[in-house]
Design a protein around this ligand. Structure first.
Ligand SMILES: C[S@@+](CC[C@H](N)C(=O)[O-])C[C@H]1O[C@@H](n2cnc3c(N)ncnc32)[C@H](O)[C@@H]1O
Length: 398
């Protein structure tokens, strides 16, 4: 019995010895708070705060309560409060965060803490609880920022614990299914280790075909496709990040590719003519779109009748815990924007596609785990191949 008590105390002190967790608890003893309030106060990424809250919740030190679209955290009981009083003295004043709907944050908002509420769309959104709850502009802004940074630096997009990218692009690409020979055949700078599969493996490209890559990044898949379709074929990469487009164009020049072009644009509004493409590829991008039905409608529009979709992407296999679903870093890191397979099937069929096949890959757990160490995101999402065909008689039915 005593032994159990000592063990409990030791584990509690272990948890409290972490400065970030202690700071969170210090804030929570003033008043309950939502994730973005704590994020602003700690000045740490959302994913970091979520990770610490998870540890605290699992240890029974804090509890959470959902109210509408928000989740609030508070100290579990007065014993924790008393222990904190012993360790830290009396609680200070609560810090107000501009735009945060936490009780106590309504008045005297301090603009230096405003983060999410300063989103481009000016919605004042704070602490959204899932991708759908966040404004589309906010999500796009997070995605754009991350991949602009990666496009510029060519390195990992960090923060440290969340990203569908790797500090070692060669190893990351081999890990998701590219061969050494494939990677050796693309110009330097094209592979950023951002994929979650190898769409070439399912695209079965033929000489002379026109290929479109949605979210082409540094151009890796475009260059591989360019070799497969040859001089009589053509490849178009579309990406919304100018830094990625610049990088891919530079790589094309370096590699002497004449049958590839890169266009700046959104996959929800493709800068591509109707019925002009044989194959649409995409690698780890559609999960990032807040408007997936529109992506599939656009894909359908630009495909020739009989054209096909060959996509590697991330799908949801279980419902993400609220704090992970609300995490902008995890959204931009290809995790929390993933849709369930049945929802994707429905969207594809509603767009007009036939022969829809979505196959999740169990073995992707190993690399997805690396994207957000310790958060167990691999229990909620998986890499999958997504295939579909635009029926030959499509235009007759539309
Ligand atoms: C995870 S990276 C994948 C890049 C590339 N497909 C690869 O495998 O290396 C996602 C890419 O998609 C682009 N992207 C994200 N959302 C987009 C959108 N809505 N429209 C166009 N590009 C988008 C990003 O700028 C980024 O280059």
């Amino acid at each position: 019995m005593k032994h159990d008590l000592y063990q409990q105390a030791a584990s509690l002190f272990g948890i409290l010895s972490h400065p970030g967790r202690l700071r969170i608890l210090d804030e929570l003893r003033k008043e309950q708070a939502c994730v973005c309030h704590l994020q602003a106060v700690l000045e740490r990424p959302q994913v970091y705060v979520s990770q610490q809250l998870r540890v605290l919740r699992e240890a029974g030190v804090v509890t959470d309560r959902r109210e509408g679209t928000l989740v609030y955290y508070r100290l579990a009981d007065s014993r924790v409060e008393a222990l904190l009083e012993e360790m830290l003295g009396s609680p200070g004043e609560r810090t107000c965060v501009a735009g945060c709907p936490c009780p106590g944050c309504q008045a005297e908002a301090r603009p230096e803490f405003a983060r999410l509420d300063q989103a481009a769309d000016g919605t004042g959104a704070c602490c959204p609880e899932n991708g759908g709850g966040m404004s589309n502009d906010l999500l796009r802004q997070a995605v754009r920022q991350r991949y602009s940074r990666v496009g510029r630096s060519g390195g990992c997009c960090g923060p440290a614990v969340s990203s569908c990218c790797s500090p070692a692009p060669q190893a990351a690409a081999e890990g998701v299914g590219y061969s050494e020979a494939e990677l050796a055949a693309v110009p330097e700078g094209a592979n950023l280790g951002l994929g979650c599969g190898n769409p070439q493996a399912i695209a079965a490209l033929k000489p002379g075909e026109v290929v479109l890559d949605l979210g082409s990044g540094g151009g890796l898949d475009c260059f591989l496709a360019a070799r497969a379709v040859g001089e009589t074929g053509r490849v178009i990469g579309v990406d919304m990040t100018p830094e990625m487009i610049d990088r891919a164009r530079a790589a094309a020049r370096k590699g002497g590719f004449t049958n590839v072009e890169f266009r700046l644009g959104e996959i929800e509004n493709l800068p591509v003519a109707d019925n002009s493409v044989d194959v649409i590829m995409s690698n780890c991008v559609i999960n990032l779109s807040p408007d997936k039905p529109r992506v599939f409608c656009e894909a359908f529009r630009v495909l020739k009748p009989g054209g096909r979709l060959a996509v590697s992407d991330i799908v949801a296999t279980a419902e993400l815990p609220a704090e992970l679903a609300a995490d902008l870093d995890l959204y931009a890191g290809c995790v929390s924007g993933a849709a369930p397979i049945d929802a994707l099937e429905r969207m594809l069929k509603e767009a007009g596609f036939a022969e829809v096949r979505i196959a999740p890959h169990d073995e992707s757990r190993a690399f997805i785990r690396q994207w957000a160490l310790g958060l167990r995101v691999e229990d909620f999402v998986a890499a999958a191949t997504i295939e579909a065909v635009k029926p030959r008689d499509a235009d007759e039915h539309r």
